[in-house]
Each structure stands twice: as C-alpha cells, then as structure tokens.
Write a protein of this length. Structure first.
Length: 418
C-alpha cells in the first residue's frame, strides 16, 4: 500500500477521540486486575488446593477454547444489531465480578468454573470491542488506534504483577485477599465503559468508507460471503503463523535453562511488556503511513529470527537480548494486524471479521502449545523453537504472495471520516 501524503493544510493529525482513550484505559485496568492473579494462579492451585499440573493445563485449555469459540458469534451479533457497547460492557463486567472470586475458591472445580466465566467474558467483549475501535476512528488512523489500545493492555501486564509482588512482599495481605482486591481495577474498567464510551451510529461509520466499498444492504450479515477473498487469505496466513506461536511460558522455561534465576524471571517478564507497551503505538502509527503488510512481514520475520535465536542460544545474556527483540515483534504486529482486518472488510461486518480473526488466533494457539510441548519433550527445545520459526516463515511467505497490498484508495484520508 502506497504511503499517503499528509493533507497540505494540516500540520497535525486529528485526535483519536474519547472512545479510543477510554477503551485503552479500560483495557489497562482490566489487565492490571488479571495480571494481579494470573501469574500466581499456578502456585495457588498447586500449593493451596493441591491441583496437579495436568489439571492446570486442562483448566487453561478449556478456558481459552471457550473464549475463542464465543468471539465469532459475539462479533456477528454486534453486526446484526448494529451495537457494540452492550457486548463490551457485559464482557468486562462478567470478568470483573468473576475473576476475584478465585480468592474464595475452596476446590479446583470452583477455580475451573471461575476461569471459564472469566474467559467467557473476554470472548464476549473482544470482537465487538475491536470493531468499535474501527468504528470510532478514520481508516487512516486505525493502526495508531489499535497500537495505543494494545500498548495500554501491555502496560497493565507490567503494573499488575508489580502490584501483586509489592503487596505480598510487604506482607500486607495473604494470597486469597490479594485476589479479592483485583475487583477494584476490574470495576474501574466497567465504570469507564459505562460512563464514557459512546456507540457509533451506522451513518457515522459509513461516512468514513467510500460507497463503493460497502456491500448491498442486508438485514443480517453473512459471515462467509461478505468478508471477501483477501480477508480469508489473510486469516489463513494468521492461522498458520499462530500454529507456531506457542505459549510464552516456554520462553520463560527456556530463559531459565539459559541461566536466568527463578527470582529474576518476573523482572524479565516485566521488561518484555515494557518493550511491548512502548513500541505498539509506534508500530501502529507507522503502519498508517507505510501500510499494514510491510509492518506485519517485518514483525513475523523478527518472530522467526527470535525463535531461531532461542534454539541456538547458550548464555543468559542472550535470553535477555532475545526477549527485548521479541517485544518488538509485538510492537510491529499487535495493532497492525487488527487494523488490517478492518481495512480488508466493509464496515458493516467489522464485528464478524474480528470474530473470525480472534477465533482463528485463539483456536490456533491451542494446538500450537500442545505441539510445541510434544516436540520439546521428544526432540529438545532447539527443535521446538525451530519448528515455531518455520511456521512463522511459511506464514510470512503466504502473506507476501497470497494477500495483495491494499490500494491507497481503499483507505480514505482522515478528513473524509468527519
């Protein structure tokens, strides 16, 4: 996609608006609440409730599967009724209420039920929220908008564990009480959504898209027809890439093998999220100028190189360097991929498109981690990381040759959106 020249009389780009700011803030507080609990959940299950590692894996697998399966119907339904905010509010509210209840759980079954409810809320909100972001900004600013949103999410993943560590290290509360306190940032996110997010009307959304880009009006979108061939090709490339994108827990395990002390691993994790949060908005903004495909291609290439690096690394300092580079991959792709989804489909089916996108990423992640673990166990970490690099390489080739670059006419200038 050719770079669009800035308007001759505009020295500054239009502000992104309140919806983007509020959704980013809500994501930040939600991730603070989640990351106050999630890193400590395995310890809680194993030491307090006596849960086995296999059962922990089952809980997380079922939770992520449910989240992935719910995203498509939620996005499609939000297209049908032309409303995003109810899904976003409901999804955040379910998670905010359910997540802290882990502090009251007395059995593994109760924790499983809470995790399933939490992930159900995430599934309900994700696709409509991503569609609402697309609805709320000019197409020429989508990369920046998604970048800012993902940056806020990553920043929450830094703050949450640090709060948990500080509170526990100071001896202020015990583990169960800390989990209950996670209701506070979760509640803040719900209040922000309820009080400050505004629904975008179909007329306002349509004003940002050329008439030729809209399909004929229909009472109810048809997910398999209206999204178009370029979108499905892109989704296939994303799914292939995801098959090599295993859980980051394997990266932490590899870092431990390379000599990073266990006590230092949380710091390494925080550094990764700092790089992510500081680079995601920049990456999204660059994609608004240079195009989505070049940024995604570069990001996927960095991912493949990083995984290959983990395969051959032998020293602790190499683990630190690879984690820093790995953070850049997120910065280049997390916001940009979502902006490309919105670029590839008509505005009337954004919710459906994001439902398919999030479902593909979520469902692909399940066999990815399982396969990675099998290869790790049978052939060693280098083979597993090289396999992940290989999937990323294949996906990069698919994106390069199967998904054509968008013409600049398909993404109108920001001035046409107002």
């Amino acid at each position: 996609m050719a770079m669009t020249a800035p308007p001759p009389n505009d020295q500054h780009r239009p502000a992104l608006g309140r919806n983007i700011t509020v959704l980013a803030a809500a994501s930040f507080f939600t991730d603070v609440a989640s990351e106050m609990i999630y890193p400590l959940l395995p310890i809680f299950l194993s030491t307090v409730l006596g849960t086995s590692a296999a059962t922990l894996g089952l809980i997380e697998g079922l939770a992520e599967s449910l989240s992935s399966l719910v995203r498509l119907p939620a996005g499609w339904w939000s297209d049908r009724i032309r409303r995003r905010k109810p899904f976003v509010t409901f999804g955040y509210a379910i998670a905010a209420v359910a997540r802290p209840l882990i502090g009251l759980a007395q059995s593994t079954g109760q924790v499983m039920a809470i995790r399933l409810t939490d992930r159900f809320g995430k599934g309900i909100r994700t696709a409509p929220r991503d569609a609402l972001i697309a609805d709320s900004v000019a197409p020429s600013q989508r990369g920046l908008a998604y970048g800012i949103h993902r940056a806020a999410d990553s920043l929450g993943a830094v703050v949450g564990p640090l709060i948990a560590w500080a509170v526990l290290a100071a001896g202020w509360v015990e583990l169960r009480t800390l989990f209950l306190y996670a209701v506070i940032p979760g509640a803040i996110s719900v209040v922000l959504i309820l009080g400050f997010v505004r629904e975008r009307t179909p007329a306002a959304v349509a004003a940002a898209v050329p008439a030729s880009f809209e399909p004929p009006a229909r009472r109810q979108p048809k997910p398999l027809v209206s999204l178009g061939t370029p979108f499905w090709r892109f989704l296939i490339a994303v799914f292939v890439f995801t098959l090599g994108a295993s859980s980051d827990a394997f990266l932490l395990l590899r870092a431990s093998q390379l000599g990073i002390p266990t006590a230092v691993l949380p710091i390494l994790w925080a550094v990764l999220h700092l790089v992510k949060s500081s680079s995601t908005a920049i990456g999204g903004a660059i994609s608004d100028r240079l195009g989505r495909r070049p940024l995604i291609l570069l990001g996927w290439g960095i991912y493949a190189a990083t995984y290959a690096g983990f395969a051959f690394a032998t020293e602790a300092w190499q683990a630190w360097a690879l984690f820093l580079v790995y953070g850049l991959y997120f910065g280049l792709t997390e916001g940009t991929e979502r902006a490309m989804v919105a670029d590839l489909v008509p505005a009337s089916v954004n919710g459906t498109a994001f439902g398919w996108f999030n479902a593909a990423v979520g469902l692909g992640a399940l066999p990815a981690s399982a396969l990675f673990g099998v290869v790790w166990q049978g052939y060693g970490p280098p083979a597993a990381f090289l396999m992940g690099a290989g999937f990323a390489g294949v996906a990069t080739v698919l994106l390069l040759f199967a998904v054509p670059p968008l013409s600049s006419s398909a993404i109108p200038d920001a001035r046409t959106a107002h």
